[in-house]
Design a protein. Structure first.
Length: 73
């Protein structure tokens, strides 16, 4: 995974993480806005997040809220 690259396409609000330069043979939707790309061996080589700004915002908020509950609980 030394070839990892990240690209953000602002107009489309898509975040793409490339883990390998290998050829993609299949993509699998793991949730409505997240698709993973795999190589011929079935290994993860990329991740695409649609509506990335909302996904990242919500993920951070959930993480912060969970930590606050732990600290205040």
């Amino acid at each position: 995974m030394n070839n990892a690259k990240m690209g953000y396409f602002e107009k489309e609000d898509i975040l793409h993480l490339t883990l390998s330069d290998e050829r993609e043979t299949q993509s699998v939707e793991i949730s409505p806005n997240i698709t993973v790309e795999v190589n011929e061996a079935g290994e993860l080589i990329g991740i695409e997040i649609i509506k990335a700004s909302s996904f990242i915002r919500d993920s951070i908020l959930e993480s912060v809220q969970a930590r606050l509950l732990t600290v205040n609980g």
